[in-house]
Design a protein around this ligand. Structure first.
Ligand SMILES: [Zn+2]
Length: 296
């Protein structure tokens, strides 16, 4: 009703477009960062994804058109901890770009930079595990870092951004409690994720993560020997679920599951934005499937 009156009374004025002008333009590096930024910025922020929703963010590199978008945006918000391998080059080319690193204040988990390289070259190089967006507790820090950045850019709306951040942090606290309570009923602690994405989650909830791929990159290829090692370990640990994830060949997990008579379920690293369900619903789904793996 009021919308109709509005159109009749002021056809030449478009208050919506005035609002658009005042909005902060943000580029989010990939899906979880887009999600968290929308929760904090709500209708005062225009959030666009840098990586296409269906693209694998681990191996993404900006193209010329992306560099133009980066140049034109108010803020670019990244996960950090080395996930956006391209960010230093982009910041060097364009010194005006305002980069917000959401990992500030989070204690990193260090991993061997390349498992295979480690074996062949005996390299002892360590790198940081970037998968902080899978643990509700580390997400809370990311959310506050986003709020702080929006407040610094737009201090007039400080209370608005902080209230939104606080409300989302309460949702994350509820999710944390739910995970803690439900997993406490399970006797098993070991699970087989697809790629090495759940270290922060496993550390938070006292679990042991094993992986089909010995890599933080879901697109690496396992050798037959790697697969045999996973089969042997899964058999020893009596695993009744081997997880797969979006965007990979489910056969890799199926081969292992068939060998030990277990089943394949989805444990999403929440790296793609074009799947069904909200971020929280997908986290909830992960919990249901994890319970299947740990409680049976
Ligand atoms: Zn990953």
């Amino acid at each position: 009703m009021s919308f109709a009156l509005w159109n009749v009374d002021s056809p030449a004025e478009l208050p919506d477009s005035d609002l658009e002008i005042q909005k902060i333009n943000v580029l989010a590096s990939f899906y979880p960062i887009e999600e968290f930024t929308k929760k904090v910025g709500k209708d005062k922020v225009n959030v666009s994804l840098l990586v296409n929703p269906g693209a694998e963010p681990h191996d993404w590199e900006p193209q010329v058109k992306d560099l133009q978008r980066i140049q034109e945006t108010d803020l670019i918000i990244i996960n950090g901890l080395g996930f956006e391998t391209w960010i230093d080059d982009v910041a060097e080319i364009n010194s005006d770009v305002n980069v917000i690193d959401t990992s500030n204040g989070i204690d990193p988990i260090y991993i061997e930079s390349d498992y295979r390289l480690q074996i062949s070259a005996k390299s002892k190089e360590l790198t940081t595990d970037p998968h902080i967006w899978l643990n509700p507790i580390t997400i809370k820090t990311q959310v506050q870092n986003i709020a702080d950045a929006l407040i610094e850019f737009d201090p007039q709306n400080k209370i608005y951004y902080q209230n939104n951040a606080d409300a989302y942090k309460l949702e994350l606290d509820s999710m944390d409690k739910k995970i803690r309570n439900e997993l406490a009923q399970c006797s098993k602690k070991d699970f087989f994720a697809f790629h090495d994405a759940f270290s922060y989650f496993a550390q938070e909830y006292g679990l042991n993560q094993h992986t089909v791929l010995k890599s933080i990159d879901p697109l690496s290829e396992p050798s037959p020997q790697d697969i045999q090692e996973v089969i042997d370990l899964a058999r020893i640990l009596n695993a009744n679920v081997i997880f797969t994830e979006e965007g990979v060949n489910p056969k890799m997990s199926q081969v292992i599951a068939d060998e030990i008579g277990s089943k394949v379920l989805m444990l999403s690293p929440l790296e793609f934005g074009d799947e069904d369900g909200t971020f929280m619903e997908r986290m909830d789904n992960n919990l249901i499937n994890l319970k299947d793996a740990l409680c049976n």
